[in-house]
Design a binder for this molecule. Structure first.
Ligand SMILES: Nc1nc(=O)[nH]c2c1ncn2[C@H]1C[C@H](O)[C@@H](COP(=O)(O)OP(=O)(O)O)O1
Length: 217
């Protein structure tokens, strides 16, 4: 057996997927798979029922930067009650990809619906996973700039459905992490992991690049 064959035969893979329970929005499945040691195992998996045929992403998250004359640049965030957690969360605006949509189109539509802002796409990630030990849920993060000086972005109006209750929260980019820490102290909310990691990354990138290396112990 050559190296390539050995690698292929040892590759972990799925044998079968059986639906245990199916709801309108999610399924619970029993996933039978072969692990890297060749052992057959079972995993409990959740999946969304809404993934469209033309995409491997379930939805998008939107990092929207609001740029206005004489204002600090702000990240447009949303706060809403999330039933699975039983509390409010601070998240990037987000939503599921509808039939025939690209990630970019979904991002601009969801941003308009949830926040009222009209944006312009400036970047998009590959398909990324969200909670791989639990679910096959995937997302693409779309970076959007908003010209806050444009007439339609001065008093933005949300376009929410009757079961949607979304509060828009503007956080200055240069104090993103500390403002989130303040909110967490004040209110009983949970912050989305993507959001907090973005804040940590921003803080590292922008506020510590000039620190001199110190002796490591
Ligand atoms: N897991 C879900 N359970 C539900 O009972 N309803 C759900 C689930 N996931 C989505 N939805 C509903 C709620 C909204 O009416 C639509 C669209 O949600 P969308 O705005 O695209 O996405 P989120 O912002 O992440 O809720 O789906």
């Amino acid at each position: 057996m050559n190296t390539e064959e050995a690698t292929t035969s040892n590759a972990p893979h799925i044998v079968k997927e059986e639906v245990i329970a199916a709801g309108k929005w999610v399924t619970l499945e029993k996933t039978t798979y072969i692990d890297p040691a060749g052992t057959t195992r079972i995993w409990e998996t959740t999946k969304r029922t809404t993934r469209q045929a033309n995409t491997e992403a379930d939805g998008v998250g939107i990092i929207a930067l609001l740029k206005r004359t004489l204002h600090k640049d702000c990240v447009v965030m949303v706060k809403q009650f999330r039933p699975p957690l039983g509390c409010c969360t601070l998240e990037f605006p987000a939503g599921l990809i509808d039939e025939g949509e690209s990630a970019e189109i979904t991002a601009l539509r969801e941003l308009k619906e949830e926040t009222g802002f009209k944006g312009e796409v400036v970047g998009v990630t590959p398909v990324t996973c969200l909670d791989p030990g639990l679910s096959n849920c995937t997302t693409q993060i779309v970076l959007v700039n908003i010209n806050g000086d444009e007439a339609e972005n001065i008093n933005p109006t949300q376009q929410l459905g009757n079961a949607e209750f979304v509060e828009v929260v503007l956080l200055p980019l240069d104090e993103f992490q500390t403002k989130i820490d303040d909110l967490l102290k004040k209110e009983k909310i949970l912050v989305d992991a993507k959001v907090y990691i973005f804040g940590m990354g921003m803080a590292q990138a922008f506020f510590k690049p000039k620190e001199l290396p110190v002796l490591k112990q």
